[in-house]
Write a protein that binds this ligand. Structure first.
Ligand code: 4NP
Length: 160
């Protein structure tokens, strides 16, 4: 089976999308499915390119056992729309930016919103935690753990 290639996208690629990458990676590893996936993350802005995840995000993530090691990079429309099968934005602004960069219907079909996979939580975005307090970073992880589970379930049952 060909690998499913998934790319998580937020604004800075230092808080939400690197966390989504770590959450999803641990989930597929635990289920013995890691070889069936390629997982990456990117930011629409490129403002923090080359940086590790935000220190606050790292410290909340490590408390749950997630080591955020990926370096921020800017979303590259030509490469990323061609290479990845699923491009998953964290909020409506990310989705709007991705849709504007899409070149055709095939690119558009690859765009998903993270919270569309939520099962327990009722948020319709993963809220940007950057300018808020520590509860925002915990909420990001709570929403991501739930939505990644929902996403993996849909992939496993061939709904995506
Ligand atoms: P992220 O959070 O999109 O989840 O990585 C942000 C990171 C940086 C900024 C905004 C949001 N910023 O304004 O630099």
């Amino acid at each position: 089976m060909e690998k499913k290639k998934v790319l998580f996208v937020c604004l800075g690629n230092i808080c939400r999308s690197p966390s989504a990458e770590a959450v999803f990676n641990r989930m597929i590893k635990r289920e013995g499915l890691a070889d069936l996936f390629e997982v990456d993350s990117a930011g629409t802005s490129g403002w923090h390119a080359g940086e590790l995840a935000d220190r606050r995000m790292q410290s909340h993530a490590i408390k749950r056992g997630y080591n955020l090691t990926s370096l921020s990079r800017k979303f590259e429309p030509y490469h990323d729309f061609d290479h990845f099968d699923m491009i998953i934005g964290m909020d409506d602004s990310n989705i709007g930016n991705l849709k504007r960069m899409a070149r055709n219907a095939n690119d558009l079909k690859k765009i998903y919103k993270m919270t569309d996979f939520s099962r327990r939580f009722d948020y319709n975005e993963v809220p940007d935690p950057y300018y808020g307090g520590s509860e925002g970073f915990e909420l990001v992880l709570d929403i991501l753990e739930d939505a990644c589970e929902g996403m993996l379930h849909k992939i496993k049952s061939n709904e995506i």
